[in-house]
Design a protein around this ligand. Structure first.
Ligand code: B16
Ligand code: MG
Length: 210
């Protein structure tokens, strides 16, 4: 492969926390009496927590103060974190594990580039704490995907120019962020169906054929 580093999105690429996000947002929406379904949930992929809340509140009948919004986001995060405690190394698929280990053996540097502020908890739960050469996540950025900040910081941490890095994403917003950062993008899942990347893979193992 012509790249020297690979920057992986977390939710929807390394593991499937998207179902937990769905359940936690659904519970909040029910408490608020607004409609929420899987189609709406798809629009939250790769988007920051507060931007996600704005989408969830689209049909809410009255404007809310900033402090109320922060409290609602916190409420969602508490139910999400409770669901994350169910995760274990068994939630890391054999395919993801093999792909990561093979790429590392090939001498590639590996990083995480995730919008999630829960990234350290998730990596710990699935047994990948300390595995990556760099972790750039929702805790070290000011602008969320589709802004390229999270990926540019990851490349910087790897000591590589952006053009030497390949981004792996499952969300349209994430693929756009990679492109805006000057990186090629390999897509899986939703973003691959939209043909949002230079490479649109059936699954993550397809990285080994690039
Ligand atoms: P948190 P990714 C993203 O992670 C999720 O796809 C998105 O649904 C979520 O709102 C965002 O993280 C923020 O997550 O509330 O845990 O900070 O796909 O960029 O790894
Ligand atoms: Mg994702």
């Amino acid at each position: 492969m012509k790249y020297r580093g690979i920057i992986f999105d977390l939710d929807g690429v390394i593991c499937s926390t998207d179902e937990y996000h769905y359940q936690a947002w659904k519970k909040l929406a029910e408490d608020l009496g607004v409609a929420f379904d899987r189609e709406k949930n798809n629009r939250l992929r790769g988007v920051s927590r507060m931007a996600s809340l704005e989408i969830v509140l689209e049909d809410y009948p009255e404007p809310l103060a900033e402090a109320e919004k922060l409290a609602l986001a916190e409420q969602k995060n508490e139910s999400y974190k409770a669901l994350l405690t169910k995760m274990s190394p068994a939630d890391l698929s054999q395919e993801v594990k093999n792909t990561l280990l093979t790429l590392r053996k090939q001498g590639l540097k590996l990083a995480i580039g995730s919008s999630s502020r829960n990234t350290p908890t998730i990596l710990r739960q699935i047994g990948l704490d300390g595995f990556f050469d760099a972790v750039s996540d929702g805790n070290n950025i000011t602008k969320s995907k589709p802004d390229p900040e999270v990926f540019l910081k990851a490349a910087q941490m790897l000591n590589l120019p952006p053009e030497d890095c390949l981004v792996v994403e499952d969300a349209a917003a994430g693929a756009e962020a990679g492109h805006r950062g000057g990186m090629d993008v390999a897509c899986v899942g939703d973003a691959a169906r939209l043909k949002a990347g230079e490479y649109n893979l059936d699954s993550i193992g397809g990285l080994l054929s690039i």
